[in-house]
Design a protein around this ligand. Structure first.
Ligand SMILES: NC(=O)c1ccc[n+]([C@@H]2O[C@H](COP(=O)([O-])OP(=O)(O)OC[C@H]3O[C@@H](n4cnc5c(N)ncnc54)[C@H](OP(=O)(O)O)[C@@H]3O)[C@@H](O)[C@H]2O)c1
Length: 248
């Protein structure tokens, strides 16, 4: 089964990579279930998708709450009768040097970027295990592959996603539950990500860097579509994707 008619949950769907992916997948015939906290943005995206002839529903979702993740999966099963893929994409990157001690922001990143992914996996595992079919795609970062100053906690959460997705792949293969996994490591992608940096020393510099290098979130959407479209017996486990001009 290719993308057409697959049912896909997407977290972090209200902007950036999640929004672009929702639009890309529905244009290829998938049905999407969109989660994020800003329901008004999700409703506008659902309207755009429906106007273009696609199928989408949305639910206000805070990925740091386990019940909210479960409710997204329940909505997919109730509305569309099946679930094939979850794209665990919600994340935030309020970078700062460790010495600035933005400990509340450290905790938020752990809650959204790591705990949110874990809850997302927990929400689909019962369904995927029972049906012996399913795909988990997660957005890590190039900061999940190499260290960046000012990004210690962000990077730590994204390195952790790499590890747990690899173990999910290995355990599913051993348990013969046929769950496919893909981790995406984006570099500078146009989105709202850097708008939430509060550290005054960081915000302007990163914004300028992104303005110079960033590429469209549709590039990541294309990769998600490619991973979903791969034959069911094939896992394409890792994609590193960024501007061809970016060296860092
Ligand atoms: N842009 C880049 O250069 C880049 C590079 C590497 C990795 N990434 C990763 O790509 C992913 C998507 O980010 P983006 O670049 O598209 O940035 P974005 O435009 O800021 O999107 C982030 C998404 O996460 C959602 N989100 C944040 N906290 C949430 C929560 N508690 N519960 C549910 N949803 C939450 C936001 O929605 P609400 O605010 O409506 O909840 C939004 O939809 C993130 O995991 C990010 O770390 C991005």
């Amino acid at each position: 089964m290719s993308i057409k008619d697959k049912v896909v949950v997407i977290t972090g769907a209200s902007s950036g990579i999640g929004e672009a992916t929702a639009k890309k997948l529905t244009s290829a015939g998938a049905k999407v279930v969109l989660g994020a906290r800003r329901i008004e943005k999700l409703e506008k995206i659902v309207a755009d998708i429906k106007n273009a002839g696609g199928e989408a529903v949305a639910l206000a979702t805070d990925v740091t709450k386990r019940d909210d993740n479960d409710a997204l999966v329940k909505l997919a099963l109730e509305r569309f009768g099946r679930l094939d893929v979850t794209f665990l994409n919600a994340g935030l990157m309020p970078n700062s040097p460790l010495s600035a001690l933005h400990v509340d922001e450290w905790n938020k990143m752990i809650d959204v970027n790591l705990r949110g992914v874990l809850y997302g996996i927990a929400s689909v595992l019962p369904t995927f295990t029972e049906q012996k079919h399913g795909q988990v795609i997660a957005t890590s970062s190039v900061a999940g592959l190499k260290a960046y100053t000012n990004g210690a906690v962000y990077g730590a959460t994204k390195w952790a996603v790499r590890d747990l997705m690899e173990v999910l792949r290995m355990e599913s293969a051993e348990e013969k539950t046929h769950i496919r996994t893909s981790v995406i490591y984006p570099a500078a992608i146009q989105s709202e990500l850097v708008d939430h940096i509060t550290d005054s020393g960081m915000a302007t510099g990163i914004r300028a860097l992104y303005d110079e290098y960033e590429i469209s979130p549709e590039r990541i959407a294309d990769v998600v579509a490619f991973a979903i479209d791969a034959p069911e017996d094939t896992t394409i486990n890792e994609f590193t994707v960024g501007p061809s001009r970016q060296s860092w």
